[in-house]
Design a protein around this ligand. Structure first.
Ligand code: PLP
Length: 400
């Protein structure tokens, strides 16, 4: 009989959103006529921009013609046409990233999770709490020691480094899921200084960079001095361009990022990750890469930004309803997430049940993202406009 990786037994039995789906399904079964509005899972709802779909169709047609058919892509790191488009995108907000530092993937979740493969299990991993569950789960799966940096009401849910604590790997997400908070350049510089002092690497999740409106908030960690010697960035087209069902993102590893192995040799992180990918990943489909490249064209940017504006308007509607109710929140600005303090001193799951029963609105209990999420709750702006308005009217009508 094979033994199992018993680290899995240390995880919550189900991924957070499976627990939520179970509760909602049970409620629906008991109340079949309930008109439930889902503002829980962070999935987008608007269709993909037309020019992006057209590019995908063209790519698919090319696959059916002998002269333009493509099999495995040689490098497995993505077609140059897409990597060049990503590099140009970075340049549009003032960041220099070379084409050979970009790797195309099937979404940021995979790389955020898989990156643990190239780091030793003896590393101390620092994760802000609350956090997107993938960072904690994947490190627990490989048996690593995880320590936490507290994001709290007091620090605006933007955890900062503690110089008395050592870490080797640091996960940062900005704009943050779930709290919607976003680091300023100065705050990121403090994390970079901490990483350099500790010889640590920052794994920076920029999945929501396209929602940033504030000039003081960098779109990439590579906009901040010192980052190239200590950071890896992961980004995604899921929320930027509606690619949750398409699967495409990109990871940037600076060429100069190196660590010293136990025998004293210098090892390039990019080379190590390339080796891992060479054995375990065969790339993203050609039509999807064609679609992704179209996102970065002038027309693609125009069309995808329309969708982002729509979600940003939803965020404003949610935020102004909470303002009217006098409920404290972070996010909504620079982020599609609104992270609110549960009214009436309710716990996260208590408020989840309350909202489901009294307003038929589904959100995400903050406690599912870590201990500091207890008493907090996440709503997303990714829904339909009228349904978002309706949900907020229902919430405004409640008595807490
Ligand atoms: N990173 C964060 C912070 C997210 O919230 C999500 C999705 O919700 C992802 C990564 C996953 O992105 P992808 O769909 O590209 O795998």
């Amino acid at each position: 009989m094979p033994s199992i990786n018993e680290n899995f037994l240390k995880l919550e039995k189900n991924y957070l959103f499976i627990n939520i789906a179970k509760k909602v399904n049970a409620y629906k079964e008991a109340h079949p006529d309930a008109d439930i509005i889902r503002m829980g899972i962070g999935d987008v709802t608007l269709p993909i921009a037309k020019c992006v779909v057209d590019a995908m169709k063209k790519g698919a047609d090319e696959m059916g013609v002998k002269e333009t058919f493509r099999g495995y892509e040689d490098s497995g790191t993505g077609y140059d046409f897409l990597k060049e488009a990503v590099s140009g995108y970075y340049k549009s907000f003032g960041v220099d990233v070379a084409v050979d530092e970009i790797r195309i993937n099937d979404g940021a979740k995979s790389d955020c999770g898989n990156i643990v493969d190239i780091f030793g299990n003896d590393n101390v991993v620092l994760i802000t709490d609350p956090a997107y569950p993938v960072y904690v789960d994947t490190n627990l799966m490989s048996g690593r020691k995880v320590i936490y940096a507290d994001s709290t009401e007091e620090n605006g849910f933007a955890a900062m480094p503690d110089d008395s604590v050592h870490a080797d790997l640091i996960y940062l997400c900005s704009p943050n899921n779930p709290t919607g908070s976003a680091y300023t350049k100065e705050q990121l510089k403090a994390w970079i200084d901490y990483a350099i002092k500790n010889n640590a690497i920052i794994i920076y999740d920029a999945a929501y960079e396209a929602f940033i409106t504030d000039e003081a908030v960098p779109r990439s960690i590579f906009a901040v001095e010192g980052s190239r010697q200590c950071a890896i960035e992961m980004c995604s087209l899921s929320k930027t361009a509606g690619f949750t069902g398409m699967r495409c993102g990109y990871t940037v590893i600076p060429n100069e990022l190196k660590v010293t192995a136990s025998d004293g040799t210098e090892v390039s992180i990019s080379q190590l990750w390339g080796r891992r990918e060479g054995s375990k990943f065969n790339g993203v489909s050609y039509p999807v890469q064609c679609a992704a490249a179209a996102v970065f064209t002038e027309e693609g940017q125009k069309q995808t930004k329309e969708n982002i504006k729509y979600y940003q308007e939803n965020a404003k509607i949610i935020a102004s309803a909470l303002d009217e109710l006098g409920i404290k929140y972070t996010g909504g600005k620079n982020s599609p997430y609104i992270w609110l303090k549960c009214p009436g001193n309710m716990g996260s799951w208590e408020f989840f049940d309350f909202l489901l029963e009294k307003a038929n609105v589904v959100g995400t209990p903050g406690a599912g993202f870590g201990k500091n999420g207890e008493g907090w709750f996440r709503l997303t702006a990714f829904g339909d406009r009228e349904r978002t308005k309706e949900a907020m009217e229902r919430i405004k009508a409640l008595k807490f």
